[in-house]
Design a protein around this ligand. Structure first.
Ligand code: HAM
Length: 415
């Protein structure tokens, strides 16, 4: 019996896992600098949290949830996204009763039973943040700027930021009236009609060419914004300008989750083909109340770690370098080995990345190991090095060797 991973999951193993870890770390870093704190949550929740929070008109809830009955007969779902769970935890633990905004970040696996393809997985990874309890447009700009800084930390260039506003409830209901009338005149199949009954905005998300053509003259939500919503959105754009963050207005953008209100955004990478959304988010001013909390506003994002890694690879950015060993030590003989493990221990405690040729290999094979490890330097320790206290530190890139006193090798490495 040969086992395989379940269909469509993403897995990372060396050296790509090093790049994965780097992407995750760099995407989180700007959130920490802005005062967001870790929230570590379960990967399964009550199914109803998602049907109510994310919305039944979405593909995510209607087609893609991993739902099962647990041993106590409860309906459980593997989290398809992070925001609903964050809201549940904030309400349950009363975080919203303290200082506002509540600013949290999170990271981990998410599950959607989508049709697998490049960049679209059934288990994938996100880094996310949420800022809850403030509707100041400056916080919208902060959230967008944090995502943008993460991508920039990684050296990504070929991406753009799409933004729009989905307005407040009054904006959406005014637009909905006209949109429903417009849609009623279209020649749609039964399934599509059923879908747009739940949420007519979903039709903007339809990727089929005839539907896109039919929607060319459809009324756009951005033209129905109330004065307050328009003013909020104008401020968000103004702050993005202040921050020097370029954006493209995309009034046809529909996010795949139903809780969005007001500012919505997506980061799109040019080289990724069909699955080009490397991250997205927006405001969700009614979400907390809809799952039994107080009526607080919120905004956040989820950045796809898998797709961001693919984007880095597409741009030729090498993220594996940082964890290359500084030194690879090759001990020859038992006395040398004993000396080497002590030396290595000290170097590691001093912060150097050091590996060793274990297994008592002969010099030639051990040198190959040093080469494969990608180490910057190699050091052979045999009987003569032990007695003299001096070794040859070989620069693996240039092949040049220099004598070092073994007792001061740490400072030599630093140089
Ligand atoms: P989302 O747009 O559904 O938003 O997902 C965010 C990101 O997760 C996407 O841009 C994409 O990079 C990645 N992603 C989604 N599905 C997959 C998949 N099947 N395979 C690989 N990557 C995927 C949310 O999840 C919201 N919770 C974001 C948010 C937070 N909005 C407000 N706060």
């Amino acid at each position: 019996m040969k086992f395989q991973a379940p269909k469509g999951v993403s897995e990372y193993f060396p050296d790509r896992s090093i790049a994965f870890e780097t992407v995750r770390r760099e995407l989180i870093k700007p959130a920490k600098l802005a005062g967001y704190k870790l929230l570590e949550l379960p990967i399964f929740e009550d199914t109803e949290l998602f049907t109510r929070g994310v919305g039944e008109s979405t593909d995510v809830v209607s087609k893609e949830m991993y739902t099962f009955e647990d041993r106590g007969g409860r309906s459980i779902t593997l989290r398809p996204e992070g925001t609903a769970g964050v809201m549940r935890a904030v309400i349950e633990h009363g975080l919203d009763r303290g200082q506002l905004p509540v600013k949290v970040w999170y990271s981990g696996p998410y599950f959607r039973a989508e049709r697998p393809q490049a960049g679209r997985y059934r288990q994938f990874y996100q880094v996310g943040i949420e800022a809850i309890g403030l509707d100041d447009p400056a916080i919208d700009a902060e959230v967008i700027a944090i995502a943008s800084a993460g991508y920039q930390n990684l050296g990504l260039r070929k991406f753009r930021l799409d933004i729009t506003s989905l307005g407040d409830a009054a904006s959406r209901s005014a637009h909905r009236k006209d949109l429903v009338v417009f849609i009623a005149k279209l020649d749609l199949d039964e399934a599509t009609r059923e879908r747009v009954k739940l949420n007519p905005l979903r039709i903007f998300d339809d990727k089929r060419a005839p539907i896109i053509a039919m929607m060319v003259n459809a009324p756009l939500l951005i033209d129905y914004l109330t004065k307050e919503s328009a003013a909020h959105f104008a401020k968000v754009k103004e702050y993005l300008d202040v921050l020097g963050i370029a954006y493209t207005l995309n009034p046809r953008m529909v996010r795949g989750l139903d809780y969005y209100t007001g500012t919505a955004f997506e980061f799109v990478h040019e080289l990724l083909g069909a699955q080009s959304g490397i991250g997205g988010g927006g405001r969700y001013d009614g979400l907390m109340e809809s799952i039994g909390g107080q009526n607080l506003s919120g905004i956040g994002f989820g950045l796809g770690i898998d797709r961001t890694l693919l984007a880095c690879e597409a741009e030729g950015i090498d993220l594996t370098k940082t964890s290359r060993p500084d030194l690879f030590v090759i001990p020859l003989g038992e006395n040398a080995k004993s000396f080497a493990i002590k030396l290595i221990d000290g170097l590691r405690k001093g912060g150097a990345i050091v590996d060793c040729a274990y297994g008592d290999r002969a010099l030639k094979g051990a040198m190959k190991g040093a080469d494969k490890s990608g180490a910057k330097y190699a050091l052979v320790i045999g009987d003569s090095e032990l007695s003299s206290g001096v070794g040859e530190l070989k620069n693996m890139e240039t092949g040049v060797a220099a004598s070092v006193t073994l007792s001061t090798i740490n400072s030599a490495l630093l140089k």
